[in-house]
Design a protein around this ligand. Structure first.
Ligand SMILES: NC(=O)C1=CN([C@@H]2O[C@H](COP(=O)(O)OP(=O)(O)OC[C@H]3O[C@@H](n4cnc5c(N)ncnc54)[C@H](OP(=O)(O)O)[C@@H]3O)[C@@H](O)[C@H]2O)C=CC1
Ligand SMILES: O=C(O)CCC(=O)C(=O)O
Length: 419
């Protein structure tokens, strides 16, 4: 039977991945139920006084999936696609990601169902401060530490830090990561996720015997992750042939000039209509004939409906959850190597951890220290996954999830958090 995405949705996919890991590890039903459930969820209503004097109200969430290995950690997303189930899935993936790269954290995620492009900076500041005030009782440097994700940035983190600090009466840099450098942000955090994506892509190419010089890539998304990934891959000699965003997609056989494309996007707000390339259908990006495909935008873009047309040799998941369970099942029958999100995009949270450690020490590391330690941790996790996958004859996603779930269960057992 051809797999389908009948139950498609990130939470369904995340729970299916957990169920597979639990079956492989052989743990009891109660532990499985506990890991399938968030430890704490907060839904808030975020009223906004708009610049024209009218009032808008947005739904916001913060979900803390697990605390067994340490405080919860994960980004904050501003997007109209945000809902509670999406945030639950993203929080669960954060737990596995932090465990996989051995950070002393559990997993969390937050979101506000708002389109940031429709708001002024002043409105975004008011929304951020109000959302922060609402979730304030459940965040803190030892409880849950937000960071940037889709639609948020270092300015958002600065507003959260200020709102939290004003409430407790002193400056608390460790309450968020991904802050501006001048407020205690880490050197190298802004590019950490994309640097990690490129580092992992190069290791995957080496495993597949693909020489980066002359290899080709397509990248979906030209935001904080996609743009840097394009730059780092191009710097390694890869011909980045296609890049897309919400408004369009561009393609060039000889490879896009990523720097010029960046200048064009800064000027116009999109990669669309870049004069150094052909315009293509954004939906075709994931099925282009390239060596490496980097989905770096949103969930659920490689699905049961298009997986059989994927022609890349390697998929490096810069985004969280870009490949649905139905697509995974189809691609498992092919030679396509999928490097799962919890490994491929872990560079961001690794350097967030470094930022938090620097805030706790009140001491700044050099950029070289950050880069070296980032690559060291990612390389170790990569080898763990490759080895586990080989020993247990499973996909990299299955191996990564199993390794991570095993570490979380071990922490539960050692702490004795359940009878
Ligand atoms: N930032 C980080 O440190 C980390 C991010 N991630 C994950 O990476 C992904 C991207 O995050 P980030 O780069 O921070 O987000 P950004 O908001 O900075 O960028 C998102 C990009 O994706 C584009 N996009 C959105 N929807 C689509 C679509 N349907 N098709 C094509 N492009 C689309 C946006 O286009 P437009 O510009 O036109 O809006 C934008 O270019 C998310 O899944 C996030 O969870 C994972 C780990 C860490
Ligand atoms: O840097 C962080 O704390 C979290 C980044 C994030 O949200 C993610 O890895 O998906």
């Amino acid at each position: 039977m051809t797999p389908t995405d009948t139950n498609h949705g990130p939470l369904v996919d995340a729970k299916a991945q957990l169920a597979e890991a639990v079956a492989h590890l052989g743990c009891e039903a109660g532990v499985h139920r506990m890991l399938a459930t968030s430890r704490r969820e907060m839904a808030v209503s975020v009223p906004l006084r708009r610049d024209d004097g009218s009032t808008a109200v947005y739904e916001g969430f913060r979900v803390q999936h697990n605390f067994s290995r340490g405080p919860a950690k994960g980004g904050l997303r501003f997007s109209t696609a945000v809902d509670l189930d999406e945030v639950r899935a993203l929080a669960m993936w954060m737990t596995w990601k932090c465990a996989l790269v051995n950070l002393p954290y559990g997993g969390a995620k937050g979101g506000v169902a708002i389109e940031p492009r429709d708001h002024s900076q002043a409105e975004l500041e008011r929304v951020t401060r109000r959302y922060t005030s609402e979730i304030l009782p459940i965040i803190g440097p030892e409880i849950d530490i937000p960071a940037p994700d889709v639609g948020t940035d270092e300015q958002t983190m600065a507003w959260i830090m200020d709102t939290y600090s004003a409430s407790v009466g002193h400056t608390v840099p460790g309450v968020v990561t991904g802050k501006p450098i001048s407020l205690g942000g880490s050197l190298g955090r802004a590019t950490a996720t994309s640097r990690g994506v490129a580092h992992i892509a190069l290791m995957a190419m080496s495993l597949r015997g693909i020489d980066p010089e002359g290899a080709t890539a397509a990248i979906q998304g030209f935001g904080k992750v996609g743009r840097g990934a394009a730059r780092f891959l191009a710097d390694a000699g890869v011909r980045v042939q296609a890049i897309s965003d919400v408004d369009g997609a561009v393609w060039s056989d000889e490879g896009l000039d990523v720097q010029r494309l960046g200048a064009h996007a800064d000027e116009t707000g999109s990669v669309a209509d870049f004069d150094g390339a052909e315009q293509i259908d954004p939906a075709s990006l994931v099925t282009l004939d390239v060596d490496v495909l980097v989905p770096a935008a949103v969930e659920g873009v490689i699905t049961a409906a298009n997986a059989d047309r994927v022609r890349a040799s390697i998929i490096v998941e810069g985004a969280n959850g870009p490949t649905t369970a139905g697509a995974d099942a189809i691609l498992a029958e092919t030679d396509v190597l999928i490097v799962p999100d919890i490994l491929a995009n872990a560079g961001g949270v690794i350097v967030s951890y470094f930022e938090w450690a620097q805030a706790n020490q009140a001491y700044q590391w050099t950029e070289r220290q950050v880069k070296d330690r980032l690559e060291e941790r990612l390389t170790r996790a990569w080898h763990d996954v490759v080895e586990y996958s080989g020993v247990h004859h499973m996909s990299y996603r299955q191996a990564a999830t199993a390794l991570a779930v095993r570490r979380v269960i071990e922490a539960h057992e050692l702490r004795g958090l359940y009878p």
